[in-house]
Design a binder for this molecule. Structure first.
Ligand SMILES: [Zn+2]
Length: 280
């Protein structure tokens, strides 16, 4: 295979892999065609068995079908490799005081949160390392977050071959309401008040939604994720016992406890909770 072909094949593979997160029947936005490079001419539709793809440009006309199972196997392999390579480069120690102070100032993350959730500091990369545990307490990867606020990418998630929802380690999912948030910090903060899990930048999928079946679900995503909330309700609303979208004036991780009590909890437990907690 020559260099150009290899590049095309790889681009094609990456588009298909990212299309795995579509729901059945859904078609992706039109993207650049990996074959002819025409912008906005390539689209992918997910069916029960696999992905149908085609380029609308008559001159190119690339089209085909690939079973989803094959793609899941490829994705698992790729993610595992990436995870293992990065994991081998981490050099972990306890979180330094200045970083603790940063986490407290920025997200109200306390020393107890850090210890409970086994958060460490990586001296090689100068990043905060949060191990990721699923609802059933299985390790499935880690997140590295920049401490230096001037860098562009804030945090990167590395997962093993499992795609799960992040669940703070001290939380046991019972019959209580479950609040779905966007990121680890919000989940950790919210877990002081009720069960909370984080999407970690992905969508809710058939695989990771199994624990939410028949539960009362509250969706508390960042303000710019309204589309995502609607999409979750559209695809999964039917499997929840009940579901509500929580209105937020800012991200949960950026709210002081008082504001969570005043603004978020009443939308879950009713207004009485605020006066009860404020009196404590
Ligand atoms: Zn094309």
């Amino acid at each position: 295979m020559n260099g150009q072909n290899k590049e095309r094949t790889n681009a094609h593979k990456q588009i298909l892999l990212s299309s795995l997160d579509l729901t059945v029947g859904e078609t992706s936005y039109k993207e650049e065609c990996p074959q002819c490079r025409e912008k906005g001419s390539f689209s992918v539709t997910k069916t029960e068995e696999g992905l149908l793809y085609n380029c609308f440009r008559a001159k190119c006309g690339i089209k085909g079908f690939i079973p989803t199972n094959n793609l899941y196997t490829i994705r698992k392999k790729e993610e595992n490799n990436k995870h293992n390579i990065v994991l081998s480069k981490l050099n972990l120690c306890t979180v330094p005081t200045k970083v603790k102070y940063f986490l407290y100032k920025k997200f109200n993350i306390t020393n107890k949160h850090i210890i409970d959730n086994r958060i460490k500091w990586c001296t090689n990369s100068n990043r905060i390392m949060t191990p990721l545990y699923s609802i059933d307490k299985e390790y499935f990867g880690f997140q590295l977050r920049n401490y230096n606020k001037h860098t562009k990418v804030k945090s990167v998630v590395y997962t093993t071959n499992k795609k799960e929802l992040y669940c703070p380690i001290n939380i046991i999912i019972k019959e209580t309401p479950i609040v779905i948030v966007e990121d680890t910090w919000s989940a950790i903060r919210m877990s002081d008040f009720c069960c909370s899990v984080a999407l970690l930048g992905t969508y809710l999928t058939k695989e990771n939604s199994k624990y939410l079946l028949g539960k009362d679900i509250y969706i508390a995503l960042d303000n710019d994720a309204t589309y995502k909330s609607l999409k979750i309700l559209q695809s999964f609303g039917g499997i929840f016992k009940s579901y509500n979208v929580i209105r937020l004036s800012k991200d949960i991780k950026n709210m002081p406890d008082k504001q969570i009590i005043r603004e978020v909890l009443p939308q879950i437990y009713g207004k009485e909770i605020t006066s009860f907690l404020s009196a404590k």
